[in-house]
Design a protein around this ligand. Structure first.
Ligand SMILES: [Zn+2]
Length: 351
């Protein structure tokens, strides 16, 4: 965007925010794009990663570590970030959209499958953008995921982007961010043929837009890895909780336990002695910067293998620190330049 504004004739920029896509698969499915590797944040949760991507802030700065965590209140209260509506979540901040407006762009977002959420997190994430609503690609009526065909998803994304680009005064460049929640499919089905076809569809959309003079970027928040629910781990935690009380936060492959004063060392010891399966027990200070520690529990459980806690019906999950979760793509389709007009360093420099 910065390079574009310096060019004197800034082109439209379309950004595909692909939830749940690892680096290797992006490179395989998008051979025509210039793909560089970025690192996700820790933990590899959507809530933390998307905020970092769109605000340019680290987890230490935005202080949203995941899904369920404590706000800065006494007595301690746990909130679900995808439901919480209220103050105290994060400090005022800019976004890629406010930067785009400052650079002379019309800023549009296509929230798609974020639309059903009604929460402060989403408002902060999309701050400054005009929403283009009414498009769903990974619908979950009644909480159950109902896959659309890859062709329906491709056509829906193409239509939404066209509407977003049309909605502007003549002669003004447009910045569009479109959320594509591949994650929802991968949780239940893995990286199957459907995902490959959807990614091929995104590549086609991106190439067509690039041919039309648009700079297209795709980036992701995290990859997912095979994960099975462990009834043994669940039962062990329930039994321990009766002896050493705790509350549990986090989500996916990382959970944190809020203990009563003075009991954290005893709980960690008991967990190490009794946990089945490949689970790392850690202290919060080993994994989180000081700024975030009051929001997470004192004791961390981090999946290191396939057995952990996960939702019913899930076969893949994320949140921990495996390479497949941490390595994510930053891909650019830019037909108008032999040297990429946008790169990941440029992206990081936007905010
Ligand atoms: Zn995600």
């Amino acid at each position: 965007m910065i390079s574009e504004t310096r060019s004197g004739t800034p082109r439209d920029i379309v950004v595909l925010g692909v939830d749940g896509l690892g680096f290797e698969l992006a490179r395989e499915c998008w051979p025509g794009a210039a793909t560089t590797e970025m690192r996700s944040v820790f933990p590899t949760t959507s809530a933390a990663s998307w905020l970092s991507s769109l605000t340019g802030r680290s987890v230490a700065e935005h202080r949203v570590p995941g899904v369920v965590f404590a706000l800065d209140e006494q007595p301690r209260r746990l909130v679900n970030v995808f439901k919480y509506q209220g103050t105290g979540l994060l400090d005022p901040h800019g976004t890629v959209f406010t930067d785009a407006i400052a650079a002379g762009y019309q800023a549009r977002s296509i929230p798609s499958d974020l639309e059903p959420l009604s929460c402060t997190w989403r408002e902060e994430l999309l701050r400054g953008s005009r929403r283009v609503s009414g498009y769903r690609f990974y619908p979950c009526p009644d909480g159950r995921y109902q896959p659309q065909s890859p062709a329906e998803i491709r056509n829906g994304i193409r239509a939404a982007i066209a509407v977003a680009r049309d909605d502007r005064p003549a002669g003004r460049p447009c910045f569009v961010w479109c959320f594509v929640e591949v994650d929802r499919h991968v949780h239940e089905k893995g990286y199957d043929a459907h995902v490959h076809q959807v990614l091929a569809g995104l590549d086609k959309i991106a190439r067509d837009l690039a041919d039309d003079g648009v700079v297209v970027v795709a980036h992701a928040d995290h990859g997912l890895v095979p994960t099975r629910h462990s009834p043994g781990l669940s039962k062990t935690l329930e039994t321990l909780r009766t002896r050493i009380p705790f509350q549990m936060g986090g989500a996916g492959r990382i959970r944190w336990l809020y203990t009563e004063p003075g009991t954290a060392p005893r709980l960690r010891r008991a967990l190490r002695e009794s946990l089945p399966g490949p689970v790392r027990v850690a202290r919060a200070e080993e994994m989180f910067p000081l700024e975030v520690r009051s929001r997470v529990g004192e004791v961390l459980l981090i999946a290191t293998g396939e057995e952990f806690l996960t939702e019913t019906g899930y076969r893949y999950d994320h949140g921990s620190a495996t390479e497949a979760e941490c390595r994510v793509p930053f891909s650019v389709w830019d037909a108008g330049s032999s040297s990429a007009a946008v790169n990941s360093a440029d992206w990081e420099g936007m905010t």
